[in-house]
Each structure stands twice: as structure tokens, then as C-alpha cells.
Design a protein around this ligand. Structure first.
Ligand code: SF4
Length: 329
């Protein structure tokens, strides 16, 4: 039986961090490992231009680095197709056609538009490309006639917009695009070291490449329960920034022991975070081993990408033949 296709992408704007891993990548790997879906994951390098158009020098190396990290966390090129968006020019052609039929008001009311403008306030993103990035996303998704798009709750409006655009194309021309479903994942809420959203621009991240003393120092510097001023004050794991990391990296029995000890002031935050640093380092060790392997075999990584591009290209070419016929261009 033909497997349902899943598609998702990520912008290569810098090193990946634990927020990326637990907010998206782990879900990609889990979906891949169900064996139920035909998974397509792509490096959204044209999307990186929406915010980084002034300084493009690192996008190529970030793209390769990103695939190294994807492989390190468990994406498997035998099970998933990994490719780079800009290698498949059909994305740009479909984006152009969809731009013609997407009402401006749909883009202006996109709730993440304002949010991203605030988050990227150090960059001038008052551009046509930035306003129109959901249209490029729609092109990325419907190009492969994806059944589903793995997303977090905050990205739901984007998938809804893609669904609207696909419906409009089908209505105006020919019914060729399935309407993609959002596949909501349970995503643990992991914040940055300082309690804000984990983001490179806030310099509060733990990178997937961090290890040794750097990793340890970062974990030990995490903000904890702000009301716990003294070692003798009972703590509140439910508001502590470090506790969700324990929930991922420590064993269930240890997690419940820590929660009890914290509430009873039987453990200090420094001790708790030192233990956490060990657990995080142990948890990341297999990934670091794979990173070392792929960093020493970058030609293999390039070949994996080239294979993915070949496979994705075939589908994109077929879709665009149908699109051109439908639009009569
Ligand atoms: S003891 Fe641990 S869980 Fe409790 S507030 Fe401190 S760091 Fe957080």
C-alpha cells in the first residue's frame, strides 16, 4: 500500500539547539520511525533569505551543518528523503503562481507575521518576501501533495493558510492538490537558559554541538524557580526552568524524586542542575558520536542530499506539469 506523504522543513539560520530538537526534530524522527509515512524533510534555504537576505554568506554551510545534525538525531536517509529547497527550482515557479491567487489580506492577518517582526526586531524584514513567506511554504507543501505537515500549535495558522491556498487553486483551475492536514505533536515546553523562548537571538540556547564543559556550564547557569532565594526555601518544579529538562533527560523515578526533594527543600538548585548536566550529557552522547562520524564523512552527507534532491525533483517536475496544464501557461 502506498504510504501517506509527510513534509516539513527548517530554515538554516544557524546551529540547531535543544529547542529545535524537542520542538520539531524529535517528532520528525518519531514519525519516520512509525514506518507509516513517506517522509520528506527539507532545508528551507530560500526561507532563510526572508530574514537573512543582507548576510547570506553562511546559509550554505548552515544547510550542510543542519543535515549533519538531522542525521545525528536519527533521521535516516533510507527511510526519509532529505533535500535542499533551492536545488528544486519548481518551488519558485509554484510560489509565483500561488502568489497570483493569494489575497493580500490573508497574509496581512497571519498572526505569526507580527510575532516574528518582534522577535527579529534587529533585522529589517519589511519586505515583500517576508510578507509572502507563507505562500512559499504553501508551495513547498502542496508541491509534494503532502497528506500531512508535522507542526506545533504555533504553526497551525500557516497550515491553515496553505489549506486555503490549495483550495483556491483547486477552485480556480483544476482539482489537483489534496488539502494537507496538520499533524499536531505533543511538544515539551523547553525554554532557554534565561526562561525566555530558546532562540539564537537571545543567546540562551544549548546547541546540539555543545558538549563537555561548555554544555555543563550552560546547564548549571539555568534560571530556576525565581522565588527560591535560599537553599532552605521549598521550590516549585512546575515553574522551574530546569525541571522540564529533567523530565526529558532523567529517568521517571529520578524525576519524581527530584520533584519531591525540591518541594521539601531537600535538594539545592546547584546540586539539582549538576545532576541535570550529567543526564543531559549522557542523553546527548549517542547524538554526538553520530555527529563526529558525519562531520568526518561530509561527502556522504552531500551524497545523501543529492539523492534526496533527485527523488524530490521527480515529484516536483510531475506536479508542475499538472500545474502548468491547469493554469494553461
Ligand atoms: S531544585 Fe531543581 S527543580 Fe527545584 S527549583 Fe531548583 S533546579 Fe528547579
Amino acid at each position: 500500500m502506498k504510504k501517506k506523504r509527510i513534509l516539513s522543513g527548517m530554515r538554516p539560520t544557524g546551529r540547531l539547539h535543544l529547542g529545535n530538537l524537542h520542538g520539531a526534530l524529535q517528532n520528525w524522527v518519531d514519525i519516520q520511525n512509525t514506518g507509516t509515512y513517506d517522509c520528506f524533510y527539507f532545508v528551507a534555504d530560500w526561507h532563510a533569505l526572508t530574514s537573512d537576505y543582507k548576510d547570506t554568506g553562511l546559509i550554505k554551510s548552515y544547510s550542510l551543518d543542519m543535515v549533519v545534525d538531522w542525521l545525528s538525531v536519527g533521521l535516516d536517509p533510507v527511510k526519509s528523503t532529505l533535500f535542499i529547497q533551492s536545488a528544486i527550482k519548481e518551488h519558485a515557479e509554484l510560489f509565483l503562481i500561488l502568489s497570483m491567487i493569494t489575497p493580500l489580506s490573508w497574509l496581512e492577518r497571519n498572526p505569526t507575521y507580527k510575532e516574528m517582526q518582534e522577535e527579529l526586531s534587529d533585522k529589517d524584514i519589511g519586505t515583500f518576501g517576508f510578507l509572502g513567506y507563507p505562500v512559499l511554504q504553501a508551495a513547498d507543501i502542496i508541491m509534494y501533495k503532502a497528506y500531512g505537515v508535522p507542526v506545533g500549535v504555533d504553526q497551525l495558522p500557516h497550515v491553515e493558510l496553505t489549506r486555503e491556498i490549495a483550495r483556491r487553486f483547486n477552485f480556480l483551475y483544476t482539482d489537483i492538490f489534496p488539502i494537507p492536514e496538520p499533524l499536531l505533536a505533543h511538544v515539551p515546553k523547553l525554554m532557554g537558559l534565561d526562561g525566555r523562548k530558546m532562540s539564537k537571538s537571545y543567546e540562551n540556547t544549548i546547541y546540539l554541538r555543545d558538549r563537555g564543559e561548555v554544555l555543563r556550564e550552560k546547564v548549571v547557569s539555568m534560571f530556576t524557580d525565581p522565588q527560591r532565594m535560599r537553599r532552605t526555601d521549598p521550590g516549585r518544579p512546575d515553574v522551574c526552568n530546569a525541571f522540564p529538562f529533567h523530565a526529558i533527560y532523567s529517568s521517571p523515578s529520578e524525576v519524581s524524586e527530584i520533584a519531591d526533594a525540591c518541594r521539601a527543600a531537600n535538594i539545592g538548585c546547584v546540586e539539582c542542575k549538576k545532576l541535570l548536566a550529567e543526564r543531559v550529557a549522557d542523553g546527548m552522547a549517542p547524538m554526538h558520536e553520530r555527529q563526529d562520524y558525519y562531520l568526518g564523512h561530509l561527502d556522504d552527507v552531500r551524497e545523501i542530499i543529492a539523492d534526496g534532491v533527485r527523488k524530490a525533483s521527480k515529484i516536483a517536475r510531475l506536479t508542475m506539469e499538472q500545474v502548468r496544464e491547469a493554469v494553461k501557461i
